[in-house]
Design a binder for this molecule. Structure first.
Ligand code: FES
Length: 192
């Protein structure tokens, strides 16, 4: 079988005009992650079905889905690298660049926009000290992203902190509480 290859594995190799994919420090899955991926594969008749969950595991293991992470997924599943690359780059919820230990995704789609999402985004940026899409804060704690609908339109505005969604998240005090909980270690960090 003729497997297509991903672009060269260097951090400085352009993938598209103006776009570069950074590298994570890790390049291989832990044995536990490999076992987890194989257990998922065993649940499906087609191993390709494990691509999405394996990419989530990669995100947890590597901190974000780097080119090496995509290659590790392809190897773990035994599937063409081009397939994994296509899936990973299609979905915006796979982070292709480093994010903070606590990643804030602020929805600014229509329902949230009508309920003060712009002001909320401003407040999150002010409190974390980072701008949307500009990578983690200097201490690695925070990152912020402006996102499309989080499927909580009926109780907008919505913010997702790592993997948990908060709706009716309009109160500045609530934001402070969540950030304090993150600092105390009461909140599950983005990656291992
Ligand atoms: S528009 Fe924000 S959750 Fe749907």
């Amino acid at each position: 079988m003729n497997h297509s290859s991903l672009p060269p594995d260097t951090a400085n190799e352009p993938l598209a005009p103006g776009q570069r994919l950074p590298e994570s420090e890790r390049r291989e899955f832990s044995p536990e992650a490999i076992a987890e991926i194989h257990a998922i594969m065993a649940r499906f008749p087609d191993k390709l079905a494990a691509t999405l969950p394996a990419l989530h595991i990669a995100q947890r293991e590597f901190g974000f889905v780097s080119l090496s992470a995509m290659k590790a997924v392809a190897q773990a599943i035994g599937t063409p690298e081009s397939h994994v690359f296509g899936v990973a780059t299609f979905y915006t919820m796979y982070q292709k660049a480093p994010v903070g230990k606590f990643h804030f995704s602020v929805c600014t789609n229509i329902s949230c926009a009508l309920r003060g999402a712009a002001q909320l985004l401003e407040k999150v940026c002010e409190k974390t000290g980072v701008k949307p899409g500009q990578g983690p804060s200097a201490d690695g704690m925070w990152s912020v992203e402006e996102v499309e609908c989080l499927a909580g339109c009926g109780s907008a505005p919505c913010v997702q902190v790592n993997h948990d969604v908060y709706d009716e998240f309009v109160d500045e005090q609530k934001l402070i509480e969540v950030m304090e909980a993150c600092k105390r270690g009461d909140y599950r960090p983005w990656a291992k």
